[in-house]
Design a protein around this ligand. Structure first.
Ligand SMILES: Cc1cc2nc3c(=O)[nH]c(=O)nc-3n(C[C@H](O)[C@H](O)[C@H](O)COP(=O)(O)O)c2cc1C
Length: 185
């Protein structure tokens, strides 16, 4: 049932209620859109591969599972990314679903200063995918197609391997903050 507090256009009387939520219609500028997109909770995935023997990577919250047959996933990467052009040349990419408590590690993997992998446990597969230790899920994938996504590129990847670590809780990203899952009910 839609209650006045959750209705997109609450009647005027609803605002008199103590718990009434008045929706906020924002302009579609970058700051407002960042805030709006941040209302949708996601996990965070570390993309990584070896380039010239060194780990290269970045954190993305845009990961989405796409297809079971064939197995496919996608991410969207900013056209301004300086790391993606190096990553996309790698034959195989590692995708690590970061776990609860890996928020600082995630910030480092997004930082433009310093060594992104400094202090981070990682390992490379024989085909050069870089995977982060203590993650909730490891996947390796190969870029299959790249589509126009405005100021981002939508990167469709074919999954090659998955390794799940049961019981390892994921990191959650919401409203620019890292959070933890809590059971409901
Ligand atoms: C939680 C979080 C999620 C992010 N998600 C994305 C994303 O989905 N796509 C993207 O292009 N950059 C994303 N970034 C930014 C990148 O991690 C990185 O900062 C950016 O690519 C700039 O670095 P670069 O020039 O080395 O690529 C995210 C950063 C954080 C902290």
């Amino acid at each position: 049932m839609v209650t006045p507090a959750h209705h997109p256009n609450p009647p005027a009387a609803a605002s008199a209620e103590p718990n009434a939520v008045v929706p906020h219609t924002a302009e579609l500028n970058a700051a407002a859109l960042r805030q709006a997109f941040g209302a949708y909770p996601t996990g965070v995935v570390a993309l990584g591969a070896l380039r010239d023997g060194e780990p290269v990577g970045l954190a993305v919250s845009s990961f989405v599972s796409i297809s079971l047959e064939p197995p496919m996933v996608a991410v969207s990467v900013a056209r301004t990314s300086t790391t993606w052009p190096r990553l996309t040349e790698a034959p195989v990419l590692g995708l690590s679903v970061l776990s609860r408590g890996q928020g600082a590690l995630c910030r480092r993997l997004a930082s433009r200063e310093g060594d992104r992998f400094d202090g981070t446990g990682w390992q490379a597969t024989p085909d050069g995918a870089v995977l982060i230790h203590d993650a909730a899920l490891w996947q390796t994938a190969r870029v299959n197609a790249v589509y126009d996504g405005g100021d981002h590129e939508i990167v469709l990847m074919e999954l090659l391997t998955v390794e799940l670590f049961p019981g390892v809780e994921p990191l959650v990203f919401h409203t620019s903050q890292f959070r933890e899952l809590t059971p409901h009910g």
